[in-house]
Design a protein around this ligand. Structure first.
Ligand SMILES: *Cc1c(COP(=O)(O)O)cnc(C)c1O
Length: 386
């Protein structure tokens, strides 16, 4: 039996069988088990911020695992304190941090913070966006606006009202004095890398502030330099009440964070929440290496080159390009993204068929201008073969 057949036999069928078995990586290149190289333009879903086997990440993680790999939350350690301080420094606003292991856990923490707020204020329902994605555990899933992954696991413990993403009037109508919180992605990721209309996030801030509801920014996919800013909300000039992070933060090591701004940073009291592995020293060391080595100037430069190159392509299948920074979707005229992904794979590029008509690019933030150019040059041929 080959590796794919063994995978299929051993694992639950929830993922299907992935199309490529990867063996190793270096920089933005990964090799499959047969030794074929690919330019990695998806980075483990916007996770591998520093690419693969980045010396700073390898050094930080190796040193930490050889020193102290785990303490639990019964004991504190310096890497977690350094990481929380570094995040607060980058956020530039008074806030407090909770560390966990994944995106969905970051949103569970945010959800529970909001429940504390609801109990204190007598509010009763959440608002979230249609097609939004916040994770797979029950709290996060209840806020996820994609019926195909949500409905069969209901009913949910809370009332969540969904509004069309990007429609400020619909949001305003949905948020009353009884609303606990609004969960929003600054740009929708899993929905197809969909930025909202100009001013939407500012409107969401004004609407929630006016109603006394919390604004929760789910930046699990958009933060840590992905858009050319440390956090996407900073580019909007908006400070949320609660912020969630994960994907790119650990550069491949599992870590998530929930940040509460101002008085919302102290909504949890002692004993209200916790995680055995959350903020473990190895993941914190990895995150510190990421935050110390992401170069926003570089991200902006290569992002502009990638976008410019893609937008200059004239091809009957390519309708356009949308997204922010190094986080783009190629929008197709036909629902053939799976064919584009396969043709790209054959040509030595890993991309992600995210929606039937949208192909996601979220390469490591260390991708070079030459690597970007090699994809731009190859794309017309890839589209011909889709
Ligand atoms: C990926 C993602 C999540 C869930 O993160 P997991 O680590 O897979 O649990 C939540 N919200 C957004 C916006 C995401 O992109």
């Amino acid at each position: 039996m080959n590796l794919y057949e063994r995978f299929e036999k051993a694992f639950m069928p929830n993922y299907g069988v992935p199309p490529v078995a990867l063996a190793r990586g270096e920089g933005c290149t990964v090799w499959d088990v047969d030794g074929k190289p690919y330019l990695d333009l998806i980075g483990g879903i916007a996770v591998s911020s520093l690419g693969h086997a980045h010396p700073a990440l390898v050094e930080a993680v190796s040193r930490q695992v050889a020193t102290l790999a785990h303490t639990s939350n019964l004991f504190l350690h310096e890497p977690e304190v350094l990481l929380a301080e570094k995040l607060l420094d980058l956020l530039g606003a008074p806030a407090r941090v909770f560390l966990c292991n994944s995106g969905t856990e970051a949103n569970e923490a945010a959800y529970k913070l909001c429940v504390k707020y609801a109990k204190a204020t007598g509010r009763s329902y959440f608002v979230a966006a249609e097609n939004g994605f916040h994770g797979r555990t029950i709290g996060a899933l209840s806020l996820t606006g994609k019926p195909s992954i949500r409905e069969q696991f209901g009913p949910f413990p809370v009332d969540v009202r969904f509004v069309p993403y990007g429609d400020a009037d619909a949001l305003k109508n949905a948020v009353t004095d009884d609303c606990i919180a609004v969960f929003l992605e600054p740009t929708q990721g899993e929905a197809g890398v969909v930025p909202p209309p100009e001013g939407y996030f500012q409107a969401a801030r004004e609407i929630t502030s006016a109603a006394g509801a919390l604004l929760v920014a789910d930046e699990i996919q958009s933060a840590i330099g992905r858009t050319g800013h440390w956090f996407a909300h900073q580019a909007e000039g908006v400070t949320p009440d609660v912020l969630t992070l994960a994907k790119g933060l650990g550069g491949g090591l599992p870590i998530g964070a929930c940040v509460g701004f101002g008085e919302h940073g102290t909504l949890f009291e002692k004993g209200d929440h916790g995680s055995t592995f959350g903020g473990n020293p190895v993941s914190c060391a990895a995150a510190l290496a990421v935050l110390g080595n992401v170069d926003l100037e570089h991200v902006r430069e290569v992002a502009a080159r990638l976008r410019g190159g893609l937008e200059a392509i004239r091809h009957p299948l390519l309708k356009g390009v949308r997204g922010r920074g190094l986080w783009l979707a190629l929008v197709l005229h036909e629902p053939v993204s799976a064919g584009v992904q396969k043709a790209a794979q054959d040509a030595g590029f890993l991309v992600n068929a995210l929606q039937p008509d949208a192909v996601r690019l979220a390469p490591p933030l260390v991708i070079t201008a030459e690597q970007v150019q090699s994809f731009v040059d190859a794309l017309p041929g890839v589209l011909d073969h889709a």
